[in-house]
Design a binder for this molecule. Structure first.
Ligand SMILES: NC(=O)c1ccc[n+]([C@@H]2O[C@H](COP(=O)([O-])OP(=O)(O)OC[C@H]3O[C@@H](n4cnc5c(N)ncnc54)[C@H](O)[C@@H]3O)[C@@H](O)[C@H]2O)c1
Ligand SMILES: O=C[C@H](O)CS(=O)(=O)O
Length: 477
């Protein structure tokens, strides 16, 4: 059954058609808590069928130029359907409508960038002739696709992060089996039909849904899958890393992102950007500002500015054009955040603003006087909470930022070039953003973490490197 609206039951997208299943899972509207749609619950045989179909499709010729055309067409069609996709994001994620439109625009960008990259995948000449005895040889490298790529994606950015997997994987000439998050799978399912409309050969993109651990486990068992590209929690990332064996794995995992506000910074600008980037998508963004380190000389004015700007944010119905913050993905997550904040306060943190919960809504919350061992600092909150601590010296704050299991991105507000360059060398992250908060990302930049934040890079050009093998060709002339 081909369906592309909500309040419907979606099948599995296998070989370019919908495969209906009797067992389904419900997808809730995260604001109303009504059932928005139902999705198929895959069995092992469906997963194997999807992988087999992808393997067969991969054998067919699909030239770089055709890949470019399909990805460009998909980006264009997605923009034509922007409002439809944005409204589904509002429903399935609870993401405010203005931010949902931005996600659709970014997803189209990601596909467009992938299309452009499809035309410039290349190897390089290797001067083997410079080795003694190889005078009459020449060599060059090729980048060849890996084959079938399994993509497993998280709930929080369910369209753009899916495009960050499908776009580069197809651009590189692979076939993809996508397993979107079970709580927010609808845009991914709709996107499969858009790809078909754009001319993607059947089987090059399969979308299978169901219980994450079950479907993930069956994908991991299937040895025809040659690579796993995963975005999600460190817990699941570790399972994938262990079970993938010698196969390629790319992991985009969590973070407890830090942002430093130095004494010479433009405090108003820093407060505005931090307020905006801590609470966006109810803090459910992997590079959301969670830990703020402010220089002790500017603590009081900075906290006042951040409080004022945060209190201007509007919480409520994500379909309302004036709303900045919607519900969290589920009430249990809001309850966890509430517990962590209460625990921090009883251990000595000061509640600057926020701190209350209404169902799945958690107020944008600022804590000061936090200690590094508190859960709100040490673990990933993945909710609308910022903890502020102070520092006296540059060495001290670099040590504080680095005292983390994670290392995805960090922010630094300063006009001191020497500090910025020292931080660039010494802060242990995949990306340092100077004069902006940690949560800056455009879709063509290299993006990925160190430590428990993962391995491998996204951004189409970099993901294509992950999703291809380098092969050397030597000519004996
Ligand atoms: N680094 C990044 O780019 C980035 C981006 C977005 C989110 N994240 C991280 O994602 C997390 C939040 O997302 P989430 O709650 O959806 O993460 P999650 O790890 O719970 O789920 C991610 C995906 O894994 C699947 N899954 C669950 N168990 C599995 C298993 N045993 N084997 C294989 N797959 C399994 C889920 O169904 C889902 O599709 C946070 O930690 C956040 O920081 C990271
Ligand atoms: O949740 C993490 C995302 O990767 C951030 S973004 O939506 O890609 O900017």
């Amino acid at each position: 059954m081909a369906v592309n609206t909500t309040n419907q039951t979606y099948g599995l997208w296998i070989n370019g058609v919908w495969k209906e299943k009797t067992e389904v899972l419900e997808v809730l509207n995260k604001y109303t808590q009504n059932v928005e749609a139902a999705i198929a619950r895959s069995e092992k045989k469906d997963v194997d069928e999807a992988v087999e179909g992808a393997k067969e499709a991969y054998k067919e010729t699909f030239s770089a130029y055709d890949r470019y055309l399909v990805l460009t067409n998909t980006a264009r069609l997605l923009l034509e359907k922007k409002e439809e996709f944005a409204r589904v994001l509002v429903a399935e994620v609870g993401k405010p409508i203005r931010d949902s439109r931005v996600e659709v625009e970014r997803a189209a960008q990601t596909l467009e960038i992938s299309a452009e990259e499809a035309k410039r995948i290349h190897g390089e000449g290797v001067p083997v002739e410079s080795a003694p005895g190889s005078e009459n040889r020449m060599a060059f490298t090729l980048r060849v696709p890996v084959g079938v790529v399994a993509a497993i994606t998280p709930f929080n950015v369910p369209l753009n992060l899916v495009c960050h997997k499908i776009g580069p994987a197809l651009a590189a000439g692979n076939a993809v089996v996508l397993k979107p998050a079970e709580v927010t799978p609808l845009c991914a399912l709709m996107l499969a039909e858009v790809f078909k409309e754009a001319g993607l050969p059947d089987g090059r993109l399969q979308v299978i849904t169901g219980d994450g651990a079950e479907v993930g486990g069956w994908l991991l068992e299937n040895q025809d899958v040659k690579m796993f590209t995963f975005t999600g929690s460190p817990r699941v990332g570790e399972i994938i890393r262990q079970k993938a064996g010698l196969r390629k794995v790319s992991l985009e995992l969590g973070n407890n992102s830090a942002t430093i506000v130095h004494k010479d910074a433009d405090l108003d600008k820093a407060a505005a950007l931090i307020a905006n980037k801590s609470f966006n998508n109810a803090g459910q963004v992997c590079i959301s500002v969670q830990r703020v380190y402010v220089h002790q000389d500017v603590k009081t004015p900075f906290i006042q500015l951040l409080k004022d700007k945060t209190e201007q944010l509007q919480t409520g119905d994500p379909l309302d054009e004036t709303i900045d913050i919607g519900p969290m993905i589920r009430q249990a997550e809001a309850e966890r955040v509430e517990e962590w904040v209460n625990e921090a306060v009883s251990d000595g943190a000061t509640l600057v603003t926020g701190g209350s919960r209404n169902g799945a809504f958690y107020e944008p919350t600022i804590l000061s006087d936090v200690k590094r061992e508190m859960k709100v600092c040490k673990q990933e909150v993945f909710g609308p909470v910022v903890g502020i601590d102070t520092y006296a010296t540059i060495d001290e704050v670099i040590e504080q930022v680095n005292d983390s299991d994670y290392g995805l991105q960090a922010g630094l507000f300063t006009n001191d070039l020497a500090f910025a360059m020292k931080a660039a060398k010494e802060i242990e992250v995949g990306g340092l953003i100077v004069n902006d908060a940690s949560a800056y990302r455009v879709d063509h930049m290299p993006y990925g973490g160190v430590k428990k934040s993962g391995t491998g890079k996204e951004g189409p050009r970099y993901a294509i490197e992950e999703m291809t093998e380098e092969r050397i060709i030597v000519l004996n002339l």
